[in-house]
Design a protein around this ligand. Structure first.
Ligand SMILES: C[S@@+](CC[C@H](N)C(=O)[O-])C[C@H]1O[C@@H](n2cnc3c(N)ncnc32)[C@H](O)[C@@H]1O
Length: 222
C-alpha cells in the first residue's frame, strides 16, 4: 500500500460521509491564496475532531495552532449557539486569514482568535479564570507540545479530552537518538503523559491523503 491507495480510500469515504462544503473549501482556497502552508488537518481528521466534540457535548473548546482556521471550522460547528472556541496562533497573517475564513463560515461570533506565541497568550487566558475547556486540540509547534499539554491539563476538568496531532513524526518518535526538536518535543510530551496519574491516553497511527502520521488522545480521568 502506498500514498496513491491511501488518498483513494480517503476520497472514497469523503464522497460518502462529507458532502461538498463551500465554507471549508473556501477556507482552504483563501489560505492557499494568502500563501499559508497546506498543513491543515485532512477533511476526515477534521470530521473526527468534530465528532469528538459532539460526543463530548463540548461547549468550550481550546485550540493551539490555528493556521487558516480549517480545523477551527470543523470544531466550532460542533458548538451550541452559546458555545465558545478560543484558538491561539503565533503568526498574525495566519490569524487574519483564519478570522476571515471563520466569518465567511458564519462562525465569527463563536470563535476568538488570539494572536501571539501560545506560551505567551496561555498565561493571560488562565489569568481570566475561564470555565474549564471540554476539548483541547493541540496542533502548533511540536517542540512545545509538552508545555501545551501542561496548560491543557490545567485548563481542563475531569472528563475533558485533549487531542494532540502529528505525534508520529514519520516514525522518528520511536528513535531515542533523534536530534530533531519536534521529535524531542513529542517524546517529552509522551513521557509527561505517561507520568501523569490524572489522565489516560492512547496514540493511533494514521495513513491517508496527508501521508503517514498519527494523533494522541488523552482523557482527564482524575
Ligand atoms: C499545523 S498548523 C495548524 C493547522 C490547523 N490546526 C488546521 O488543521 O487547520 C500549525 C500552526 O501553529 C502555528 N504556530 C507555530 N508556533 C506557534 C506558537 N508558538 N504559538 C501559537 N501558534 C504557533 C503556526 O503558525 C501554524 O499556523
Amino acid at each position: 500500500m502506498s500514498q496513491h491507495e491511501w488518498t483513494a480510500v480517503d476520497h472514497y469515504f469523503e464522497e460518502r460521509f462529507n458532502p461538498p462544503d463551500p465554507a471549508l473549501d473556501a477556507a482552504l482556497q483563501a489560505s492557499d491564496a494568502a500563501g499559508l502552508p497546506a498543513i491543515s488537518v485532512a477533511a476526515n481528521q477534521g470530521k473526527l475532531l468534530q465528532l469528538v466534540a459532539l460526543a463530548q457535548g463540548a461547549r468550550r473548546i481550546l485550540e493551539v495552532g490555528t493556521l487558516g482556521g480549517y480545523s477551527t471550522i470543523w470544531l466550532a460547528r460542533a458548538l451550541p449557539s452559546d458555545g465558545r472556541l478560543i484558538t491561539l496562533e503565533a503568526d498574525p497573517t495566519h490569524a487574519e486569514v483564519a478570522r476571515a475564513n471563520l466569518d465567511r463560515a458564519g462562525l465569527g461570533a463563536l470563535v476568538d482568535v488570539r494572536t501571539g506565541p501560545a506560551l505567551d497568550t496561555l498565561p493571560s487566558l488562565a489569568d481570566d479564570g475561564p470555565e474549564p475547556f471540554d476539548l483541547v486540540f493541540i496542533d502548533a509547534n511540536k517542540d512545545a507540545t509538552a508545555e501545551y499539554f501542561d496548560w491543557a491539563l490545567r485548563l481542563s476538568r475531569v472528563g475533558s479530552v485533549i487531542v494532540v496531532d502529528n505525534v508520529v513524526r514519520g516514525g522518528a518518535v520511536a528513535d531515542p537518538e533523534s536530534n530533531d526538536p519536534s521529535v524531542q518535543g513529542i517524546q517529552r510530551f509522551a513521557d509527561r503523559v505517561a507520568a501523569e496519574p490524572r489522565v489516560s491516553a492512547t496514540t493511533v497511527q494514521t495513513v491517508g491523503s496527508k501521508g503517514y502520521d498519527g494523533f494522541t488522545m488523552v482523557v482527564v480521568t482524575h
